[in-house]
Every structure is written in C-alpha cells, then in structure tokens.
Design a protein around this ligand. Structure first.
Ligand code: PXP
Length: 253
C-alpha cells in the first residue's frame, strides 16, 4: 500500500505589520483618505496570491490594527479570518459580534505569559475555558497560542479548545545557533502530544523564508501564521510575489 500524499500546510497571512507601517505616519489619522498602506488592501492581495486565511491581532492598545481594519478585512469576499485577541471581556464581546471563522487567544499582559512566551493556559484554566466556551457559543473556532510545552498542550485540551498554535518564536530566535535543533525538538514533541490529544496543530511567530523549511519538518502541521517576513518581502518584491513564494514553501508535494 502506498502512503497518502500529505496535505499542504495552509498559509495564514498576518497583516498586522501593514498597519504598523501606516500607524508610523498616520497614528490618530488612520481614517484619512491619504493613510496608507491599507491592511485590507494588503489582505486582498494576499488572498489573490493564494493565502488560505488572513490573521489580524486587534490589540487592546490598538498599536497597529484598528477596529475599522478588522471590519474591512472581514468583509473581503471569501476571506477566512483568524482574529487574534486577548482574553478580556471587551475583546470577547467584540469577537462574538464579529463572528470570525477562527479566534486565537494570545497573551497581552505580562501575567498571562509563560516562560516560552505563549498564553499561560495551565495557570488560568478557568478563565481561558470560559473564554473558549463564550467564543465557541458564537460559532467561532478557538485556538490557543501556547509555547511548545506539554503541560500547556494538555491544559489547552482541558480548556476545550480544538486548536493550538505553537509559538515558534524561541526556535526562530535560536535559528543559526546550536540551540535551534533543541527548540525544533521541543516543537516536535508538542506537535505529537497535541495531535495525540485530538488537537489541530498550527504554528507561528518569527517564521521566515529561511527557517520555514525546518518548521515544515514538524509532524501534524495544519497551518502556519506568518506576518513580518511576508510584509517585509512585499516591500521589495510586491505582496503577490511574497505570498506566492511563501505558499510554494508550504507545499508538501
Ligand atoms: N501567530 C501569532 C499568535 C502572533 O501573535 C503573530 C504575530 O506576533 C504571528 C503568528 C506572526 O508572527 P510574525 O509576524 O513574526 O510572522
């Protein structure tokens, strides 16, 4: 019997840094007719080039993405929106009204962060489980952005989330040093544990055109969320070329 070909890994394009660039010049005036770049226009280009989804993080401090951006992106035809958010009540209310396809709970305050930089699900299980339930009740698929730590993976399962996004930041930081192999191994163990618990496994943060091949060796990956590298390459090569190139690197066949 021959092995089934493995499905391509999906590409979620995080457009936050298109907003970062706009806010660098147009903070407080992002609604002006001259304000650019538009994260929604960037998202439209990304989708045209084959992005499987668009991710935005509406931070409580609104440092990059604004509410208007979220609504403009949610209105793009055919978009699968992944809404990154903190666990607080205001954001939960916003997300329940928005009803994106997916929401990813991320840490914003120091107390919510584990040593790996992901959400400390194990340390605030009741709060996270309540947020997962509130979002699931509005038809939103919830993922939890956690460090590659088996305790956090098990807590994510206990919190009722169907998806985890493993934080690849420590691996990306270690890239090019002897520590990278160890970080990749931690990610590999977390992927295996999450899959064994029935969780869908996504990953993201710090993934770029150089280190993505190593990330692609991880088992059970469903989707990678990539922002900074794609937005950066877009400045030189154009958004469609930057997205298409990353998409080709996520192909299994
Ligand atoms: N995944 C999550 C949960 C994030 O918060 C971010 C942005 O920090 C990313 C992925 C994308 O990270 P990057 O911009 O480094 O590709």
């Amino acid at each position: 019997m021959t092995d089934q070909p493995r499905a391509d890994v999906l590409l979620g394009v995080n457009v936050d840094h298109a907003a970062t660039l706009r806010q660098a010049r147009y903070r407080g005036r992002h609604g002006s007719a001259h304000a650019e770049p538009s994260p929604a226009a960037f998202a439209r280009e990304a989708l045209a080039a084959g992005a499987d989804g668009i991710t935005v993080h509406l931070r409580e401090d609104r440092r990059h993405i604004q509410e208007e951006d979220v609504h403009a992106i949610a209105a793009l035809p055919g978009v699968r929106l992944n809404f990154e958010m903190a666990c607080g009540p205001a954001m939960v209310a916003f997300a329940r009204a928005l009803r994106p396809a997916a929401a990813c709970l991320v840490p914003e305050s120091r107390e919510e962060v584990t040593t790996e930089g992901g959400l400390d699900v194990a340390g605030q299980l009741t709060k996270v489980a309540g947020t997962v339930a509130a979002l699931a009740g509005a038809g939103v698929e919830v993922s939890l952005f956690i460090g590659p730590d088996e305790t956090q993976v098990e807590a994510a399962r206990a919190a009722g989330a169907p998806v985890v996004e493993l934080h690849t930041g420590a691996f990306a930081e270690a890239w090019g040093t002897d520590a990278a192999a160890e970080e990749l191994e931690r990610l590999r163990r977390a992927c295996i544990r999450a899959h064994a618990l029935g969780l869908v496994v996504n990953a993201g943060h710090g993934i770029n055109y150089a280190n993505v091949a190593a990330v692609m060796t991880l088992p059970h990956l469903h989707e990678l969320n990539i922002g900074h590298a794609i937005v950066s390459r877009s400045l030189v090569r154009g958004a469609r070329a930057a997205v298409a190139e990353m998409k080709s690197l996520l192909r299994r066949s």
